[in-house]
Structure formats: C-alpha cells, structure tokens
Write a protein that binds this ligand. Sequence first.
Ligand code: ATP
Length: 352
Amino acid sequence: MSGLTLENVAKSYGAVVAVRDVNLHLPDGQFVCFLGPSGCGKTTLLRLIAGLEKPSRGRILLDDEDITDTPAHKRNFGMVFQSLALFPHMTVGENVGYSLRIRKTHKAARRQRARELLDLVKLSGLIDRHISQLSGGQQQRVAMARALAIEPRLFLLDEPLSALDAKLREDMQLELRMLQQRLTVTTILVTHDQREAMTMSDLVVVMGPDNRVHQMDSPLEIYRNPADTFVADFIGTSNLLDGISSGSRAVTIGDTRLEVADLPDGMTPDTKVTVSVRPEEIHVLPGVEKGDNRMHGRVSFVRDVGSSVEIYLDCNGLQIVSQSTPKGRPAVQQGDQATAVLPPAACVVLKS
Ligand code: ATP
C-alpha cells in the first residue's frame, strides 16, 4: 500500500507519555494537519515520522517498507521548523542549495535548482541576498524552498507560520496549499490553530490531551460528525447536551425528547450519551413552543458581531447557543422567552 503507515506507534520520555498507540494511514499526495492542544504529542509524532526520535513501540512504514530504524538523513524527507534554522552567513541561494551541496551536486546545477525553487516560492531575483536582508515571510519561503530542494518524499512542517502576523499568516497558508497542490507532495503540517487545519487540509488528524488520535477525517466530516465529545468541543463551537438514549433514534434531555440523526452502532436504550448540535443549525423562535426537538427558555444574551448573530438561551440552567446570519436574525431580545428548534439531522449523538 503506498503512503505512510503508523502501526501502534507510541513514545514515552521516562514517565511522560508523549504519544499513545497511534494507528494511521496517510495516502499519497494529501495535505494532512496534526491538530490538537498544547502537549498532545503533535510535534513528537512528526519527529517520529521524520526519524528524529525513535518510537518506544510500534512501526513506521513507507510504501510498505519498514523505516522505523532508518536514520533521518536517509529518509529523504524535507522539514521546516518554527525556528526555520536558516544559515545566517549564507545567501538565499546557498541556503536553498545546502542539502544538494551535502549530496555533492555540482555548483551550477545547485544554483539552477535554487533558481527554480525560488521562482516557485515567489522569491525570484533574491538568490544572492543575505538572510538578514529578508522579511519574516520571505525567510519562511526560503526555508520551504530549502526543504523542497531534495524533492522530498514527504514534506514535514512544524508550526512554521506561528511567528507571522495574522495577515501574512493567511497569505502564507494559501501559498503553501497551492505549492503543495502543484508539487503533489504528501505534506504534514503540525498546528494548534483549528482554522489553519480546517482550511488547508485534505485530512485532519485530531489529537487530544490524552496523547491519542481521536479522529482522522476530512475537515467537513470532522466538523459534521465529530467522533467524540473532545473533537466536538475542540473543533468550532458546539452545544453539547447530556442525555439518555431512548430507543431508536431518540435521546431524552431533561424533559425534552430529541429525535436524532442516528445512534452509534450497538448503542442500547438507557445509555448515557452526549448530543452535539452546531449553533448554526439551531433556529430560535419567539415565545414558547412545545414539542419534540424544542427547548424553551429565556434569552440571556445576544451577541451581534456584524457578520453573524449569536443568541444565548438559558433553558432551565442549560445554555443553548444559536448562530444566524444578520438576515436570518430571530425576532427576539435579551430577556424574551424563546424556543430553540434542534433539527434531528443536526443532532449528532456521541458516547459520553
Ligand atoms: P505544543 O503544541 O505545545 O508544541 P505538542 O502537541 O507538539 O505541543 P509535544 O511537544 O509532542 O506536544 O509534547 C508531548 C508531551 O511530551 C508533552 O508532555 C511534552 O512535555 C513531552 N515531551 C516532548 N518532548 C520531550 C522530551 N524530549 N523529554 C521529555 N518530555 C518530552
């Protein structure tokens, strides 16, 4: 099977478990993000793949070949770190051609390749500049060009954009994604920024505070069908409602019966569950309406940020947040009685 496979990969440093039992297959040509909160093991997992760390357990395979014990410099992977680690005493061209020099590529060929890569990362004409004469964004591009010079089998990036200001960061995200699509190189980006992960990736690997992988899926699938309460809470905003399953496709939350999209396989009635409902799926109506998939309460807060409106409802101590476009703004004010309608298709049941 072509691509990168991790089988039961784990890494501990003494008593600290950095990565727990990871099983993954990353197909070729994909843009993959490792996403999760600080300390969940994203960097360690990337370093294990790069060969900079050895797993305590498990195997790493590339195109079915076991590379667990292959040293980093023999893996032919390109890497960019947050620190960039450019050589300040060298020119841009010398930095980009550095790994080719190590591989004893002829000087003229190195320069030609550096030129091609600098064109690719939009730095044409800067080949003889010194690193100190470049802006942060330009240095970022040099680091990428340098990592790509060897035509890597995998392109590995550890939070390379986190030091850039917000606007430049967004520009670079787009450029990096387009560069990857042009080169079709399998790319893994470590980030703790969910927006970055959700907008750039073909696949997102969500890691949790227990240092395990909780879900690997397309961004849309992760958003729509989070695997568990951690993913639902970590990705975007979600209403997480605790309840009890009550027969097929229904959950009871307090005294409200919710028809739901589906119950997880094998779930029996009277099981504790959590229902995840995204705020933009909830409609708010003025006044009290009773019935299935309806919860009523008092509007505790209205937050209007121009591009969207959020309505917070206090339903007997349970907070429900809905989100709408300015045009679809519900006709309610703070203090009003209102009803939240939770459509069955938007009610995703997670095991508690
Ligand atoms: P961040 O987003 O903050 O960079 P991360 O998800 O990349 O975090 P890692 O850097 O992989 O997390 O660290 C995972 C866990 O392993 C943490 O508890 C960290 O303190 C620990 N750890 C990582 N490297 C080492 C090391 N060399 N020695 C001891 N503990 C380590």
